[in-house]
Design a protein around this ligand. Sequence first.
Ligand SMILES: Nc1ncnc2c1ncn2[C@@H]1O[C@H](COP(=O)(O)OP(=O)(O)OP(=O)(O)O)[C@@H](O)[C@H]1O
Ligand SMILES: [Mg+2]
Length: 439
Amino acid sequence: MRKLLIWLILTVLSGGGVVIYALHQQYEEQSAEFRILYRDITVKLAQNDVILALLSNSSDPKVVQQKFPYILRWQTQPHDPPRPDINPARAGTYWINSPQGSLLIDLPGLLADFVRSQKFHHFSLSWQGAPLLMQGAEGTDDWWRWEKQITSPSQPLSLTVTNNPDWRNLPWLLMVLVGLFWAVVIYFYNQYQRTKRQRNIADLRAHFSELSRLNAMGEIAAGMVHELNQPLTAILSYSQTAQRLIAQQQAEKALPLLDASVTQTKRISALLRTFREKLHSDEQALQPVDLRRVWEHVVTLLGNEIQRGKVTVINNIPDSLPPLMASPLGIEQIFHNLLNNAIQAQQQIPVGKAWVAINASQSENSIVLTVTDGGPGLTEQALEQVFMPFFTTRKDGLGLGMALTETLVQRLNGSIQAQNSANGGACFTLIFPFAQQEA
Ligand SMILES: Nc1ncnc2c1ncn2[C@@H]1O[C@H](COP(=O)(O)OP(=O)(O)OP(=O)(O)O)[C@@H](O)[C@H]1O
Ligand SMILES: [Mg+2]
């Protein structure tokens, strides 16, 4: 609609310009015609003065009449009333006088040729307001009017012509072409705008995908820092203890510690492998995962912390629970974060009172897991923001554990919720639909 309006305005403006130019041209042409007409009539009238000067008593009236049929009468005495009057005696006739004599001129006869060939709508020759010769209707409503007095002392006639523009002769084809021209210009401009917009969108998309790649890399880097922190701390602690035991000649006691170090190192290597895979693609290989065994493995990984906090860990996952189609390391990371948080939340609990329990149940189309603990539970703010990156209430916490956990759960089309259970401790509920397992 807007384009149509623009086209209309441009066409009207440039079409108007063309019309004005064409009208001006017509006016100039007709002005030139008027000047020629004026000049010819002046010359023709001047002839009368010459004839009057040459006529004498000896001239033969018949010959004069024959040569100049528009001289109706002539006489050697000035016509009454005396000169220099021009007498509009009868319609279209007038006397011109000189001391030698007078002539009665028949103006229509004199100018018959001009009148026949002139193309103005209205043509008139008048003397002192009285028309002597007129052709065409009164031109009062006509567009253009030219008027000039003949510069002859004996015949000061006034020549007036009027005319209208020749509408049929305006450059209509050119105006149609102008309209077409603007339509083509607007069409191509539109196309140009459209491709430019598409190019911009494509550029933006490329930019965004680059940004989201950087974003994903940032997420991965943050995840790496978070997930590698615990196993590295554990390895450091195992190795230092092992060193001490070996120094005390108790090498046999150091062996299980070194085993635990190896397990943690393997975990680091597995984590690094998944991070590397993630950098290449977002797809993860799903396989049947025995949740009960993964939980037990995580309990081993966090053995140090569990022991130190004297936390009772209860595994209520039934043996009969069907395997979950998932990435084993993903599930391990989820359990690791939940268990680690539960342990950390219970550091102020009286010795021996801390506990963490995992329960699992199977419904028609999903597996529901709950991880509960005997800690103080989540604060009101934590309940709202626990899954937000960088939300933490711990002094040395990064606030990434639960954000990462939520991402991992969502990758399996699952959901996770945080609440506090009746005893006051935290309760995380995870639901994994079977639908994704068919994938
Ligand atoms: N079991 C829990 N009991 C009480 N509060 C919890 C529990 N789990 C999480 N929270 C609260 O949620 C916050 C966010 O947990 P999240 O694991 O994301 O970060 P963090 O443990 O503080 O740091 P990190 O990134 O090192 O894990 C914790 O700081 C804590 O306040
Ligand atoms: Mg945490």
